[in-house]
Ligand binder design. Structure first.
Ligand code: F0G
Length: 356
């Protein structure tokens, strides 16, 4: 018996005509893209949506959406003769940059905010052999430093201020339309440095212009309340949130995100850490989606919009699940759990389970 064929082409090949890929671009892949669109089994009904899907970007090779933009940014850096790459990161960008750098035989340098990066992400940068600097200050401070470093030293900057990152990232929108046959009415996405929301909007627009989609989605972006510069309309000097991935006070793609919000008739709103954690727990316990806290912000935001009166009936929404829950075991272990202890014998385990 044979099954249906697996998609074999990776995003640089699959969407080659819509990307700045040339004959000299090294077509190196780690298997990024082609991520599942998982239908909700519980939250969809509660919110009265026609359909709710989770785009599991957590299933990319380094466990986050960053791989889509990074595969292109690093290939283009190599095409331009780079021998090393550098980025500032709250963790996922550095994990992705470190992995793709290995594959291309480049050196990776990563600057991360001291003590504010989830353990799994740091582990990834370490095992892939990146040179890591833990810098005092926030992600925003680190980004300012790497921008300057990239002008003084022979290293390619692979943060999302590198336009190839946004270009590669827009393929997430292409995949949603390819799978659903059209854009959803609502796209929910966490906002940190604001590259991803900008990229998705670009992807949806390009597909719309090519008539691959009949409609454009409203872009609904969500920031953590303690790190909500776009919502507040002013930079946040000392951003704070449990969702360390989006602990950002002065997003680089601020203007593009506002443009995506306004031109799509969307919204960018804040959610509290409590709401993020509640959505994080529900995603794991009700939907079998184990994501990191920042990713849960998209779902927390959708739930809050519904509570505040947004009419979702008859609509299809897609929430971008940006990163894998395994990256942040500390948060997972903080969820109240029932762990029973037992001796090494059957009756003891039966007693622990309450079966005897
Ligand atoms: N979700 C996760 C898991 C992230 O890692 C990030 C950003 C975002 C959402 C927000 O995306 O920045 O494009 O608005 N992480 C970056 C990093 C900043 O360094 O890994 P954005």
């Amino acid at each position: 018996m044979t099954g249906s064929p697996l998609p074999t082409r990776f995003i640089l090949e699959r969407y080659r005509e819509l990307l700045p890929v040339t004959d000299r671009t090294p077509m190196v892949t780690l298997g990024e893209g082609g991520t599942p669109l998982l239908r909700s089994r519980s939250i969809e009904k509660e919110l009265g949506l026609k359909a709710l899907y989770f785009k599991l970007e957590s299933m990319n090779p380094t466990g986050s959406f960053k791989d889509r933009g990074m595969v292109l940014a690093i290939a283009k850096a190599v095409e331009d003769g780079a021998k090393a790459v550098i980025c500032a990161s709250t963790g996922n960008t550095s994990a992705s940059a470190a992995a793709f750098a290995v594959r291309h035989g480049l050196k990776a340098y990563v600057i991360v905010p001291d003590g504010k990066i989830a353990m799994g992400k740091l582990a990834q940068a370490i095992v892939h052999g990146a040179d890591i600097v833990q810098m005092a200050g926030s992600f925003d401070d680190a980004l300012n430093v790497v921008r300057e470093l990239a002008t003084r030293h022979p290293v390619a900057l692979v943060n999302s201020v590198n336009p190839h990152r946004i270009e590669g990232q827009k393929t997430g929108a292409f995949e949603i339309v390819d799978e659903l046959g059209d854009a959803p009415e609502i796209l929910c996405i966490p906002v940190g440095n604001a590259g991803n929301i900008s990229a998705y909007w670009r992807g949806f627009q390009e597909y719309y212009e090519l008539e691959h989609a009949r409609q454009l989605p409203q872009m609904w972006g969500f920031q953590a309340e303690g790190a909500a510069p776009i919502v507040n309309g002013a930079p946040v000097a000392h951003p704070e949130t449990i969702a360390t991935a989006i602990r950002i006070g002065n997003p680089a793609s601020w203007d593009m995100a506002v443009d995506a919000r306004d031109r799509s008739g969307g919204r960018i709103r804040a959610v509290t850490d409590e709401e993020i954690l509640e959505a994080y727990r529900r995603l794991a316990a009700e939907e079998a989606v184990f994501c990191e806290p920042a990713s849960a912000a998209s779902v927390a935001g959708l739930i809050r919009q519904h509570r505040e009166g947004a009419d979702l009936s008859g609509k299809t929404a897609v929430c971008i699940i940006t990163g894998n829950g395994l990256k942040d075991p500390d948060t997972a272990l903080g969820v109240t759990a029932q762990i029973h202890r037992a001796e090494a014998d059957l009756p003891s385990v039966e007693r622990a389970l309450g079966w005897a």
